[in-house]
Design a protein. Structure first.
Length: 113
């Protein structure tokens, strides 16, 4: 994946939020899987549930013994998504319409690629 492709994925997710902000709760998040670069806009409640699920999976694997279980833990950690407040990646134009903040999105993508 190129940096430009990741930027476009992030912009698309931000536009989903901007066009349907009333469908999200008060803590909308940008979810990025660092292993696959899947990007989506999610509710803050989804964010909290996913953190709890990931922590539980890591704890379960850590309690098990053996190289196979260690590999499973490493895979789980690699798949753990990163979350960012989506509101940090939105700007409002002169007409009051929300749109993606291209500069902020480019800085975010630079952290990955």
């Amino acid at each position: 994946m190129t940096r430009e492709e990741l930027i476009e994925r992030i912009k698309h997710a931000v536009m989903q939020y901007a066009e349907g902000a009333d469908l999200f709760d008060s803590n909308p998040q940008l979810r990025i899987n660092p292993a696959t670069f899947d990007v989506e806009a999610v509710n803050g409640s989804d964010f909290l549930e996913e953190i709890a699920d990931n922590d539980e999976a890591i704890e379960d694997e850590a309690a098990a013994d053996g190289a196979e279980n260690e590999d499973a833990t490493d895979w789980q950690v690699d798949q753990n998504p990163d979350f960012y407040s989506i509101k940090e990646y939105v700007v409002t134009d002169a007409d009051g319409k929300m749109k993606p903040d291209t500069r902020a999105i480019e800085r975010l993508a630079a952290q990955y690629l």
